[in-house]
Ligand binder design. Structure first.
Ligand code: TRP
Length: 457
């Protein structure tokens, strides 16, 4: 059911752009390098790439199918396809995940605002690596400023959500994506020509297989879901705005390729600089924020480069926060039959509460931990490593076992007008490979596979 208030994408290109806008964000430029740094370097990259092909593509195509077929939000889609069953839990899992992800994503998005201001005011200039780190820590652990930026970013997302995604986002994405690409390439070139760059490239590209542990595999899988925006109905919601002629197969391939390319470029941009400036690759969430200013310092007109970069990063984050917000707003609006504006306010208010607590978890609430994780890390862990992969697993199981093959094929080939050369491969991956691999990664992390193996020995 499409209501007139509901956003729709203007063109085929717009659909691809908006989906790519959702996928490309802080996940690529902020989360990917720090996860890779903390989880064994190149070994993580390798497993990540395998997960993208084996799990990412099948889940993405399945989500597209569900959204395009039902034209409903993440929960409504399952209510329509399987009324009166528990399958709609997949949708609820997604709506909750949207809140929780926004609860920490908005904080990091807020940091980008701080850096934009610092770039323009010249305070990023003339420091050494140690003071970039100390200053970041002082900023992120302070109480008021990061919270103001977090709330500002949520409000920015809110305004776009209520004023309609149609023109603004599509148009902004058309300029932003190529610009982001250009600046990433330029920074990669600067980074790989820094003294000592080889060490960074080796860390990023040359896998040490002994570093592969169950938690590295779980982290790489989590990163795949997070980066591709899959596993929580975000792409179900976006695909519900696709029109009849949108080519699901091409969209999935292009978005996945673009997203992966941006992550790899981010790695090439970050790691040579990390080693050149003596920063530890395992630094955690601050890695990008303490590494990049050093690179800008090495460029003529460094403040301008950093200003442009952080503006583009903020915009990339914005197209992602919009997609997350939209999942919760579309659900609240359509399932509770309240106006879109009211629904959006409810979502924004909830996210602000979570955002404030996660921001404080870098400062006054640093010692308030659950299972050894701060509130910020807990939100990240629970969503990326548990909720998204579980959601993805059940989406595959649903489409693989409950959907009529003929209907599925008709939707993926636009009623037979498009070829689908890999249909059987896709169906096989979705039915067997993806769910079994995800289940095994979970069992492995819980140590259960070891126990079973030992039991039989
Ligand atoms: N993929 C985005 C990024 O990499 C974040 C994001 C947007 C997301 N929508 C999502 C993550 C849905 C998981 C699910 O920055």
């Amino acid at each position: 059911m499409i209501t007139s208030e509901r956003a729709t994408f203007g063109s085929k290109f717009g659909a691809i752009l908006a989906t790519a806008g959702s996928a490309v964000g802080l996940g690529n430029i902020w989360r990917f390098p720090y996860m890779l740094g903390a989880n064994g370097g190149a070994a993580f990259l390798l497993i990540y790439l395998i997960c993208v092909v084996l799990l990412g593509l099948p889940v993405m195509i399945s989500e597209f199918y569900i959204g395009k077929h039902t034209h409903r939000n993440a929960v409504g889609a399952f209510k329509e396809m399987a009324p009166g069953t528990k399958w709609s839990l997949i949708g609820y899992n997604g709506v909750i995940a949207a809140f929780l992800i926004l609860g920490f994503y908005a904080v990091v998005s807020g940091w980008t605002i701080e850096y934009i201001i610092q770039a323009f005011s010249g305070t990023l200039h003339g420091k050494d690596a140690a003071s970039f780190q100390a200053d970041f820590e002082m900023f992120s652990s302070s109480t008021v400023r990061p919270i103001i930026w977090t709330i500002a970013f949520i409000l920015l997302t809110h305004v776009i959500i209520i004023s309609g995604v149609k023109d603004g986002i599509e148009r902004a994405s058309k300029v932003m994506m190529p610009a982001l690409f250009f600046i990433l390439i330029a920074l990669c070139i600067r980074s790989v020509t820094l003294p000592g760059a080889e060490k960074g490239l080796e860390f990023f590209f040359n896998p040490d297989f002994s570093k592969i542990t169950s938690s590295v595999v779980l982290s790489a899988m989590g990163q795949t879901f997070f980066s591709l925006s899959i596993g929580m109905g975000c792409l179900i919601t976006y695909a519900s705005y696709f029109n009849k002629t949108t080519n699901i197969q091409n969209t999935a391939l292009q978005v996945t390729a673009l997203d992966t390319l941006v992550s790899v470029l981010a790695g090439v941009m970050i790691f040579p600089a990390v080693f050149c400036f003596g920063i530890t690759p395992t630094a955690g969430p601050e890695l990008v924020f303490i590494t990049l200013p050093n690179v800008f310092e090495q460029l003529p007109l460094g403040w301008l480069w950093s200003a442009v970069f952080f503006v583009l990063l903020a915009l990339a984050a914005l197209t992602s926060t919009i997609s997350l917000h939209e999942v919760a707003t579309a659900y609240t609006h359509e399932e509770f039959k309240i106006s879109r504006t009211k629904a959006a306010w409810l979502v924004s208010a909830g996210v602000m509460v979570l955002g404030i607590v996660s921001s404080l978890s870098f400062g006054v609430l640093k010692d308030f931990t659950i299972g050894g994780l701060t509130f910020f890390s807990l939100l990240d862990y629970v969503t990326a490593k548990i909720m998204l992969p579980l959601g993805g697993m059940f989406i595959c199981i649903y489409v693989g076992y409950r959907v009529d093959r003929k209907i599925l094929k008709a939707e993926l080939t636009n009623e037979g007008t498009l070829p689908f050369y890999f249909f059987n491969t896709y169906a096989f991956f979705m039915k067997y490979i993806a769910p079994i691999a995800i289940a095994m990664i979970f069992l492995n992390e819980l140590g259960l596979i070891n126990k079973i193996v030992n039991f039989f020995q």
